[in-house]
Ligand binder design. Sequence first.
Ligand code: NAD
Ligand code: TDX
Length: 363
Amino acid sequence: MMKLLVTGGAGFIGSAVVRQFLAETDDTVINLDKLTYAGNLDSLGDSYDHPRHIFERVDICDRAEVERVFQQHRPDAVMHLAAESHVDRSITGPAAFIETNVVGTSTLLDVARGYWSELPSEQKQRFRFHHISTDEVYGDLGPEDPAFTEETPYAPSSPYSASKASSDHLVRAWQRTYGLPTLITNCSNNYGPYQFPEKLIPLVILNALEGKPLPIYGKGDNIRDWLHVEDHARALRTVLAQGEPGRTYNIGGRAEKTNLQVVEAICDLLDTHYPLPTTHSRLTTHRDLITFVSDRPGHDRRYAIDDTRISQELDWQPQENFDSGLRKTVQWYLDNPEWVNRVRSGAYREWIEANYASREAVS
Ligand code: NAD
Ligand code: TDX
């Protein structure tokens, strides 16, 4: 049993990590999240009220508050997922990415270092700072290039990936200079339930359900490797438990697809389960909604992960294959109109502001 501090636990991947820890272990989870537009406590479902879940609305850039959380809850390990995560937003507004992903990560690291350095020796040895990062730090690949390994040189293309690369370097520096026992994982594109509909898969599902255009950047031939979020959460738990401090592990889904293949697959799934609205009678299939739009500036062509290290050293493999994972994901969005409507209408934000504004006023 341990006390785990998860940052970003109200986000897409963080909420999956929190739900999994609470359901499958006896650990206590301290969930530290600022609740930006991407933070949604609805995504925790019943886990929010779980007796082993403690929620702290805190900005990782706020050193005093982060110190308070460490001193008050005394975690055995940190899993750091809080970040600005959307590439398109980083292109129109990079400042928040530098602030949270770079300054915030350095603040968290430094508070963790101070806390860790004063732990009793046994606890100090067991402590881990696990930083959750992306394959985008490696830049992109040509069609015939070998997949990214943990030795691939960094070459980030977007403000988002540059900010994540910076945070990875900070984590390595804190490990090398101060001896903080860190772990880094670099993962490919995640998909699954509770993903904010700014990212390709939920955006396309929800636009298709409303008969809206499905925007594909450029020709749709950019390639991503897709991993189900529950598989990612399982990989993170494996690395935290068994990973060697100071080491990096790549995590991937063994599912390279062009964006057009992904969007067409969603359209085909919806054609069988959810016929087009009658208002669109001149359209015969959801594929007719596909609209090619101008490309993302600096758009990475291809990502692919060589998962030899995590699969051979830690015996982790993805369990969900992309076809069935995508089918379940489409079904989840069909089955959860309440979550979808609250996200789309912004209602979840009103609840957060009402709830936490009053809490702040009292303290
Ligand atoms: P997300 O945008 O869904 O969630 C991010 C969470 O962080 C939100 O709950 C938000 O409120 C919180 N947050 C943002 N700024 C904060 C701050 N200053 N202080 C405290 N909390 C803050 O992101 P996600 O898709 O769940 O990604 C989680 C992590 O995994 C990120 O670090 C991301 O870089 C990494 N990652 C994501 C993917 C992916 O496909 N989504 C793939 C690889 C790695
Ligand atoms: O409307 C769209 N049309 C489109 O063609 C959107 C939103 C995206 N795309 C393309 C761009 C990408 O090639 O689809 C691909 C996937 O786009 P996103 O869902 O925005 O993800 P990506 O940019 O690949 O980054 C994601 O994976 C790596 C996450 O957002 C990152 O946080 C993670 O690190």
